[in-house]
Ligand binder design. Sequence first.
Ligand code: SAH
Length: 357
Amino acid sequence: MEKTDIGDIRSLTFGELAEAITALGEKPFRAKQLYQWMHEKLADGFDEMTNLPKELRRQLQGSCGYVHIETADRKISALDGTEKYLFRLSDGNVIESVLMRYHHGNSVCISSQVGCRMGCRFCASTIGGLTRNLLPSEMLDQIYQIQKISGERVSNVVVMGTGEPLDNYENLLRFLRLLTDEHGLHISQRNVTVSTCGIVEKIRALADEKLQITLALSLHASGQEKRRQLMPIAYKYDLRDVLDACRYYFAQTGRRITFEYSLVGGVNDTDQDARELADLLLGLNCHVNLIPVNPIRERDYVQPDRSVVLAFQKKLEQYGINATIRREMGRDIAGACGQLRKSYIEKAETKEYIVGK
Ligand code: SAH
């Protein structure tokens, strides 16, 4: 058999895998077995694939990279059972993921990039900039490892961790196809949410894929100027174009849009802000998720008082906009976006980070 470079085998769709395996001179059913080991039995390497001939396993070892991420740390919240995972990639970079337990099932929040280049002012994940995109297999393995380690089935996935998923579009799409494939974990498309800061042409491209996933749009302001203060991406795309893209997404998929709105004390939390937001979203089939901002050390943004948050929600509802307040989870384990990874990187330099503490 000739040596063929298959590359990142865990990122291949079943069709691609079947082609690569038959090109090696193997029977098609071997591709089925392999796919099952990789995406259903969640094997960490070829050694575990005991019903494959040793010779084939050896050959695969030589011709492809089997992506498998290592757990560097796991923290469990004493308050609500939320679990934070710190994973180490094969190149030494670290990423974080979160397991949240809800009545309706377990939800995992994954990272889509190592770092981020979008620069949102209140976000800890973007401070060090973008290091690199994650591979489809590296996105998948966050969910696979969490399901294996926790021993519990994951039913919902949100791509809301570090990174801008639509800035890693091709890998994201491949990840979504593998995640929802009936021969893999088979998570229902309706139980998957992708959150974006609003990259217009990519929202439109995703709409054209006609998947049944939920699009969450990070809005955070009801006007162009205020949005620019919080999110540099607003210099690139006009708010009207972002909303048009959201309408297009709904038209193509029939999926209601979620708008995320981080409430920042004294910045975007007044009655007028609520009224303007309601005006902006009027007639759009949507839902607003209010997130009291998680203060980060590098900025002096603060959460509004609870009464202000409740009043903001009430005002939106008065105007006929459906709004919920996001429950804060895992507060005791650096639950906020990007904080665990960041403290790991900072402390690794001084060797202060203690795993498990
Ligand atoms: N890049 C994507 C997904 C990652 S962030 C996006 O922009 O949507 C997921 C959500 O958390 C976004 O709405 C983001 O704006 C918000 N977020 C990030 N840091 C936050 C913080 N410190 N407080 C509140 N919300 C935050």
